[in-house]
Design a protein around this ligand. Structure first.
Ligand SMILES: C[S@@+](CC[C@H](N)C(=O)[O-])C[C@H]1O[C@@H](n2cnc3c(N)ncnc32)[C@H](O)[C@@H]1O
Length: 220
């Protein structure tokens, strides 16, 4: 099913795909340490060799080599994204690195059918862009096996940011396909709602968070 929101996303990320990795690196100029945040988030997945992990909104596939290393050759990494051009970049990356345990799926996360008994799901800078993020998180929990983990790395408005300055964020959000309604989205709470155990770590003065929810049960 395509919605105006998903059509807008595809339009934005088709334009950005070719230079996405390059333009993302500009965030380092304002002190963001994106790769360090990703390493932190990936560590929260606590993956083991042989595990199955889904990268939800994988984009150009930055995380895929790291996830492939964590699950090893016997594991399985599935990168899911809505935008064909972003997946093409991811495919190139996976091909260059010869990662046979990685597969890519073009799908909308609101209706993506997860494989059974997934050990981890990670979403980096993707869920806040999607108005139906709570449904995505709920559906992900249904696919997680015992002690499986949902990890969301994303931006949020820190508590100290004055309400009257929220409109000033519009030009920062727009290039990512978002608008000011994103400021009121709270994926970390949806991760907490579905979890038996939950923790939130913050970085970059509270603008960046990693929310980790662990499913109930015992892992053999
Ligand atoms: C800001 S990029 C993040 C990409 C990658 N996770 C990273 O950290 O570099 C957001 C990605 O979310 C994808 N996306 C947006 N809405 C989506 C949806 N409903 N289903 C699947 N992917 C979606 C976009 O196509 C884009 O590749």
């Amino acid at each position: 099913m395509t919605t105006p929101e998903s059509r807008r996303m595809v339009e934005v990320y088709r334009k950005r795909a070719k230079r996405y990795d390059l333009t993302s690196n500009r965030l380092y100029l304002i002190g963001q340490r994106t790769m360090a945040y990703k390493h932190l988030a990936l560590g929260q997945l606590a993956l083991r060799p042989g595990d199955t992990v889904v990268d939800a909104g994988c984009g150009t596939g930055h995380n895929l080599p790291l996830l492939a290393e964590a699950v090893g050759p016997a594991g399985r990494v599935i990168g899911v994204d809505l935008t064909d051009s972003m997946l093409e970049r991811a495919e190139e990356r996976v091909g260059r690195a010869g990662l046979r345990q990685v597969s890519l799926v073009q799908a909308d996360l609101t209706s993506y059918e997860y494989p059974a008994e997934v050990n981890g799901i990670i979403a980096c800078f993707s869920l806040t862009l999607i108005s139906d993020y709570a449904r995505i998180i709920e559906r992900g929990y249904r696919a997680l096996g015992p002690k499986g983990r949902w990890v969301v790395l994303d931006y949020r408005l820190p508590g100290w940011w004055p309400e009257r300055l929220i409109p000033a964020l519009a030009p920062v959000i727009a290039p990512f396909g978002g608008d000011l309604s994103m400021v009121h989205r709270r994926p970390w709470e949806a991760v907490e709602r579905g979890a038996a155990r939950h923790r939130v770590l913050t970085r970059y003065g509270g603008w960046v968070y990693v929310s980790t929810g662990e499913a109930a049960g015992d892992r053999p």
